[in-house]
Design a binder for this molecule. Structure first.
Ligand code: SF4
Ligand code: SF4
Length: 464
C-alpha cells in the first residue's frame, strides 16, 4: 500500500486547509442549482435538458466507473445535497466554533442534535428508498421536473434532518445514493486509515473522532483509529485536520481490499444492486419494447404493466435473487462438510462475492450509456436549457453513437474482471472461515457455479 499523503505532500496540505471541502463543494453547489434551474424552467424534453443528460448519463457514468472504484466516497466530499444542512448545523463555513454541544464531541452545533433511533441505525431505509427510486427510473431519466423533485427533495429532507438529528444522519442512514456508494467503496483503490495502532492507543484524546479546535468531529460517526472499511467514511478529512500525531494516511491499495460484509442490510444492498443492474440492462438496453412501454407508463398509459414490472423488480431484488443465492450457500455449506460454520455466517460473509461483480456489471451497463447516448452531452452543453442557445456551436450536434460496435468488446472483459475479483475475494474470505483447505475449496464450487451463471446471464444480455 502506498501512503498518498507521503508520496504527494501537497495533497495533505490541501485537505487540511479549513476551506478545503468548500473549495470543491461551492462550485458544485453552483452547478447543481443551475441543473435544478434547468429542470424547472428548461425544456421538458429529457435528452435536450442538461439536468437529465448531465445527471443520469455523465454523472452516473463518472461516479460508478471512476469515482467509486478509484476514489471511494470522494463524491461525498463534494456532494452539494447535505451542504446547506451542514452549514446550518455549524453556522459557519470554515471556522470551528469552540464549545461542546453533544457530550464529548467538540464544536458548537445549531439544532436539536438528537441521536438517530437505534433501530434505524442500518441501511435498510436506504435500501427501500433506492428500490422505490429504481421503480420510477423510467420517469426519472426522461422528465427533467422529476429529477428536480427527487434531487430538490433530497436537499430539503437532508436540511430538515440536519436541524433535528446529529451531523450527517441523512448521509449515514437515509440518502439512497449512500448505500451503494458505501457498498462499492469497499472495492476502491483508496482508503483513509490510521497508520500505527500503537500511536492511537497512546493518544487518549481521540480528536480524530471527537474533534478539536482544528476540526469538527467525524460527521459520519466513524472512529478512524478502529475503522477497517470504507463503507461509511465520507472522506471529509476532518480527522486528518484533527490528528496532531499525523497518524492518518490516505492509502492507494489493491482493488477489493475491504471484504467484510457486516449484516443482512448490507447483504441485501448487494442483492438489490445486482438485481437492478440486470433490470436496467433489460429495460434500457434490451430489445424488448414492451418493458420500455411499461417503464414509460405516463406516455404509454400502461399503468398495469408498470405496476406488474415494479412488483417484479422488488420481488427479484428482495426475494428471488436472495433465494437463489441461499440455495447455493446451502449447497456450499453441505459440500464443505463443515458443521461448525453457520449458514447465516456463510450467507453474509460470502455475499461479498456480489460486490465486485455488481460494480463491474454496473460499469459494463454504463459503457453504452456513454458510447450510445454520449452525443447528447455535446449538444446540451451549448444549449443547457433547450432554449435554442448555441454557446459553443455544438447545439445542433445530432445524436450519433460513438463506436457502437466496440461496446460488447469493452463489456465482456469488464464482466470477466468482475467474475475474477468475485471468485478471488470469496476465496480470501473463505480462508478466514474454513481452517481446512479442502473444505474451503469445496465450499467455493457452488459459489463459482452461481457467479458463472450470473456472468452468463449478463453476457447474454449485453452481447447476445
Ligand atoms: S451520502 Fe448522499 S447526500 Fe451524503 S454526501 Fe454522499 S451522496 Fe451526498
Ligand atoms: S473517518 Fe470521519 S472524519 Fe475521517 S474522513 Fe472519514 S468521515 Fe471524515
Amino acid at each position: 500500500m502506498i501512503d498518498l499523503f507521503e508520496k504527494i505532500p501537497i495533497l495533505k496540505r490541501i485537505v487540511t486547509l479549513r476551506v478545503f471541502p468548500y473549495l470543491i463543494i461551492l462550485p458544485n453547489i453552483f452547478f447543481f442549482y443551475l441543473l435544478l434551474f434547468a429542470g424547472l424552467f428548461g425544456t421538458p424534453v429529457g435528452n435536450r435538458n442538461i439536468i437529465v443528460v448531465f445527471v443520469w448519463i455523465l454523472w452516473w457514468a463518472i461516479l460508478i466507473a471512476v469515482m467509486v472504484p478509484f476514489g471511494s466516497r470522494i463524491w461525498c466530499t463534494m456532494c452539494p445535497l447535505p451542504a446547506i444542512g451542514e452549514w446550518l448545523q455549524r453556522m459557519t463555513l470554515t471556522r470551528v466554533r469552540p464549545g461542546e454541544t453533544i457530550r464529548g464531541f467538540k464544536g458548537k452545533f445549531f439544532g436539536l442534535n438528537k441521536p438517530w433511533p437505534k433501530r434505524f441505525q442500518n441501511i435498510w431505509l436506504q435500501n427501500i428508498g433506492f428500490l422505490i427510486l429504481a421503480c420510477f427510473s423510467g420517469f426519472l431519466v426522461t422528465r427533467p421536473i422529476v429529477s428536480v423533485i427527487v434531487l430538490g427533495g433530497m436537499i430539503v429532507i437532508s436540511t430538515i434532518l440536519a436541524l433535528i438529528y446529529r451531523m450527517r444522519t441523512f448521509c449515514m442512514y437515509l440518502c439512497p445514493v449512500s448505500g451503494f456508494l458505501g457498498l462499492y467503496a469497499m472495492t476502491a483503490k483508496i482508503a483513509l486509515r490510521r497508520k500505527d495502532p500503537e500511536v492511537c492507543k497512546s493518544h487518549r484524546g481521540v480528536e480524530c473522532y471527537l474533534g478539536s479546535v482544528k476540526g469538527y468531529p467525524c460527521s459520519w460517526f466513524q472512529n478512524v483509529c478502529t475503522m477497517t472499511r470504507n463503507n461509511y467514511c465520507g472522506l471529509c478529512f476532518e480527522c486528518v485536520k484533527n490528528c496532531d500525531a499525523g497518524n492518518i494516511a490516505l492509502y492507494w491499495r489493491p482493488f477489493c481490499s475491504d471484504k467484510e460484509i457486516k449484516g443482512y442490510d448490507e447483504t441485501w444492498k448487494a442483492f438489490i444492486m445486482l438485481g437492478l443492474a440486470f433490470v436496467y440492462s433489460v429495460n434500457l438496453l434490451g430489445p424488448w419494447g414492451i418493458f420500455k412501454d411499461w417503464v414509460n407508463f405516463t406516455e404509454s398509459g400502461k399503468w398495469l404493466g408498470f405496476i406488474l414490472l415494479s412488483l417484479a423488480i422488488v420481488l427479484l431484488c428482495v426475494a428471488v435473487l436472495p433465494g437463489i443465492y441461499w440455495l447455493f450457500i446451502y449447497w456450499a455449506k453441505k459440500l464443505s462438510g463443515n458443521k461448525e460454520v453457520s449458514l447465516k455466517n456463510l450467507f453474509i460473509k460470502y455475499s461479498y462475492c456480489l460486490v465486485p461483480f455488481g460494480l463491474l456489471a454496473w460499469i459494463a451497463f454504463s459503457v453504452p450509456l456513454i458510447m450510445i447516448n454520449g452525443s447528447y452531452i455535446i449538444s446540451v452543453i451549448s444549449d443547457p436549457f433547450g432554449w435554442g442557445w448555441n454557446i459553443f456551436g455544438t447545439a445542433n450536434f445530432s445524436w450519433k453513437p460513438f463506436f457502437p460496435n466496440w461496446v460488447p468488446y469493452i463489456q465482456i472483459p469488464l464482466l470477466l474482471m468482475g467474475l475474477f475479483y468475485s471468485i478471488k475475494s470469496t476465496y480470501e474470505i473463505g480462508q478466514n472461515i474454513f481452517s481446512d483447505n479442502k473444505q474451503l475449496v469445496r465450499s467455493l464450487i457452488p459459489i463459482t457455479i452461481f457467479l458463472g451463471a450470473v456472468t452468463l446471464v449478463f453476457l447474454r444480455l449485453y452481447v447476445g
